[in-house]
Design a protein around this ligand. Sequence first.
Ligand SMILES: [Zn+2]
Length: 171
Amino acid sequence: MMRILAIIILMFAVTECKPQSKDTEMKEHKHNPYYSRTDTTHLNVTDAEWKKILPAEVYRVARESGTEYPFTGEYWDSEAKGTYYCAVCGNKLFRSTAKFASSCGWPSFFESVNPDAVNYWPDNSMGMSRIEVECARCDSHLGHIFDDGPKPTGKRYCMNSIVLDFEPDGK
Ligand SMILES: [Zn+2]
């Protein structure tokens, strides 16, 4: 009996560790009534509500200004053509044409898809003076922006993969 139980637990553990497929991702958004790639209305959703809806790691980065470990996210070295959306609310954020190879270990862009896609806030936490980047629709933390990016903007939007949803072109 114990052996069967152990096998069942192991099966669950293996399933949990599998990288999430796009189907799983879309299913997750089905439990998120605020997620939309077309509605641009600003959201006023409490953290308590987001905590019920979002996967724990998305919540930690998006709502508690967490940072994923460098070189661990899904998109840091991705060169695929497509569009990046906010994983919390579906807001369109970046195009792959503005993505560049950065050695920092996080997906990096030199501009957002449009000036209204994100907001900027001074962030003096962790003993550093930085500019935080938030999704303009849901106010979720996405990452930071720095002045060491490539032309034409000279900016580097240093984002967390976990709060981005990627949709390849042609789908
Ligand atoms: Zn958002």
